[in-house]
Design a protein around this ligand. Structure first.
Ligand code: ASP
Length: 299
């Protein structure tokens, strides 16, 4: 049995184009898995598909920081070897997940950040890309205008002013019962330059082990401080059902930080959960190559 589950983050629109984008990504992941039988190829390809789609806050179409730049975080983790790698606050390169994978496979490092991440990517042949879509530029200009006029900004920190779009993540269980996880984001709108969210924090926003794969989304600071991804892994390792653990993890996040978010998780029995405490949480699942409906649980 193989399962690929992807999310487009909390507060992202659940209108058809957003769901279709996720379904296409899950299918791309499955096709990559079939072609190479490599779980990292599968999660990477699913995430690349979403990074290339301007509808989501990852890669091209990322939300812009305070200074009008896209700074990307991305991570990948293999549940079998425990290998993990991430890039943080990387400018000028689109596919953060692929740079993270290169880092994992070509170096002994685990995280590279900022200028160093961009330099590493360029040395590995990744193309220059500002990742700034016209819609996100327009949102940023509008926000600057409102600020200049001394007006309140009424926007989602996750998705920016105009677009209901956010972080993406993918988790997988392959036919051999092995897990992998990958995640990518432009982070939060108008963040400080250099700010890093939970996406590239092992145990905060992402984890994969022999027991499960999990990726989180929402207010990154809260997921880092509560080590929510590792909390979920620990619960599943203790023999608990993924949904029960996911519910508890989101309730705990809210109790400890007052913040909002969601997560997706899959265990080695093929049991999945998608839980959040926001308004929306679009997800898509492909089981053995076939799309399957998932209803995320809203707390
Ligand atoms: N967790 C991401 C961050 O804080 C944003 C999100 O997933 O909504 O960078």
């Amino acid at each position: 049995m193989s399962i690929i589950l992807v999310h487009g983050s909390v507060e992202t629109s659940t209108e058809p184009p957003f769901i279709q984008g996720l379904e296409t990504a899950a299918k791309k992941g499955y096709d990559a898995l079939k072609a190479s039988n490599n779980r990292l190829d599968a999660v990477e390809q699913a995430v690349i598909e979403l990074e290339n789609n301007p509808l989501y806050n990852a890669g091209y179409g990322s939300v812009l920081n305070r200074d009008g730049q896209a700074e990307l975080d991305g991570a990948i983790m293999d549940g079998v070897s425990g290998r993990f790698a991430a890039v943080a606050a990387m400018k000028g390169i689109r596919n953060a997940v692929s740079v993270a994978r290169k880092l994992m496979e070509d170096t002994k490092h685990v995280v590279v950040a900022g200028e160093g991440a961009s330099l590493f990517a360029k040395e590995k042949g990744f193309a220059d890309d500002s990742c700034i879509s016209p819609e996100q530029m327009e949102s940023w200009n509008y926000a600057m205008q409102l600020l200049k006029e001394g007006k309140q900004l009424d926007f989602s920190a996750y998705t920016g002013l105009k677009r209901e779009t956010d972080t993406v993540g993918c988790i997988l269980l392959d036919d051999d019962g092995n897990h992998a996880a990958a995640s990518s984001t432009g982070g939060s709108f108008l963040k400080l330059p250099g700010r890093v969210g939970d996406t590239p924090f092992i145990g905060g926003g992402i984890f994969a082990s022999a027991d499960c794969a999990v990726v989180c989304t929402g207010r990154g600071e809260a997921f880092i401080q509560t080590l929510t991804a590792k909390y979920v892994d620990d619960g599943i390792h203790a023999g608990r059902h993924p949904e029960e653990v996911a519910i508890e993890a989101i309730r705990r996040l809210h109790r400890l930080t007052g913040e909002y978010g969601g997560l997706i998780v899959i265990d080695n029995k093929g049991r999945t959960a998608a839980v959040h405490n926001c308004d929306r949480f679009p997800v898509a699942l492909v089981r053995n190559g076939k799309p399957e409906k998932v209803d995320p649980l809203r707390l």
